[in-house]
Design a binder for this molecule. Structure first.
Ligand code: HEM
Length: 307
């Protein structure tokens, strides 16, 4: 039997908490990391046992520098590195530091909150929380821009094929590359467009979520550039968030993939453009504030670290 993956392939819950933590410099962190590995296993088992219908789960990812500091096995997962920014003529996919990433999801908020709080208790002495986003399901799975997000995601058996490492890196079988970006939208500018213009930004119709025919879909629409072929897919689990007092409305973009190369190809198309200069129109209304690559080892791997 192969290693048991973390709950990478779970479907959206109605709520999510995304957290990025960075280890404090100059202190020993291995013991706390061991505890957090045990805790993640514990939280998932406990949620499944106590609230089987809650859809609650917690997935932990580890950044390149943290992997080295924690002296986790070498050679590293083949594609684990610090994300190099993708710099286009007009828009940049920035790179920001992240040691540990937590993706907590569930139907209700209470369990998500308790999971985040238990993790914070273990990590606070040795690490700083640098990002925390509370995402929510907006109507029928729409981004805060009003378009349904997630429709073309792989379904069923395809999810494991596109989401988990297999023979491409046998030492890390059951693991996954995790790439996240926190986007802030210029909602006022997007809302100022007519619905027809908004639809051209995505390449899909707004109300019924149907894809535009190829002869109408603009070459700089989001789906024309992010669709890099039927054999190159990723698992997206984006969630919207919004805060009236700071006027920060956004999308937490989160993708799991068996290979980071696929995500990188999408980012190149979006930010540099295909051909170069024909960049993703969505970026005129969305700014990436963070961008970090993590590796999500299997649950079996976490269990071994914990024991
Ligand atoms: C499709 C929203 C960023 C990759 C879509 C769709 C929406 C959407 C509404 C159409 C429905 C669907 O199939 O899900 C957004 C928003 C983003 C964002 C609001 C952030 C501002 C990204 C990024 C990537 C990406 C950074 C890749 C690195 C994809 C892919 C598809 C897609 C692969 C499916 C294309 C297809 O096969 O038709 N996105 N997206 N998206 N997006 Fe994004």
């Amino acid at each position: 039997m192969g290693p048991e993956p973390q709950k990478v392939l779970d479907y959206h819950g109605d709520n999510a908490i995304f957290m990025v933590w960075n280890f404090k410099p100059g202190i020993a962190v291995k013991d706390s990391f061991q505890r957090v590995c045990a805790l993640v296993i514990n939280l998932n088992n406990s949620a499944g046992n106590r609230f089987p219908d809650s859809g609650a789960s917690c997935v932990m990812g580890i950044g390149h520098d943290a992997w080295l500091r924690l002296e986790l096995p070498t050679p590293l997962p083949e594609e684990l590195e610090n994300f190099a920014p993708v710099i286009g003529e007009k828009h940049t996919a920035v790179s920001t530091k992240g040691d540990l990433h937590f993706h907590i999801r569930g139907t209700g908020k209470s369990l998500c909150y308790d999971m985040a709080s238990a993790i914070a208790e273990v990590l606070s002495p040795v690490a700083t929380s640098v990002e925390e986003v509370h995402g929510f399901r907006y109507w029928d799975g729409r981004s805060i821009l009003g378009f349904v997000d997630g429709t073309e995601n792989p379904q069923g058996k395809d999810r494991a094929y596109f989401g988990l490492i297999g023979d491409n890196d046998p030492a890390y079988r059951g693991g996954s590359y995790l790439f996240v970006q926190k986007y802030i939208h210029n909602l006022a500018a997007f809302k100022a467009l007519t619905v027809e213009e908004q639809e051209k930004v995505f390449g899909r119709y707004k109300w019924d979520d149907v894809e535009m025919p190829d002869d109408i879909k603009p070459a700089n629409s989001h789906i024309a550039l992010s669709n890099v072929g039927d054999d190159l897919k990723i698992i997206r689990d984006n969630m919207p968030f919004g805060n009236m007092s700071t006027n920060e409305m956004g999308t937490y973009f989160i993708a799991y993939a068996s290979t980071f190369t696929t995500v990188k190809k999408m980012l190149d198309n979006m930010f540099i453009g295909l051909p170069p200069g024909n960049y993703d129109r969505l970026l005129d209304f969305s700014t990436a504030k963070t961008g970090t690559l993590f590796f999500v080892p299997s649950a079996t791997f976490l269990d071994n670290v914990a024991s």
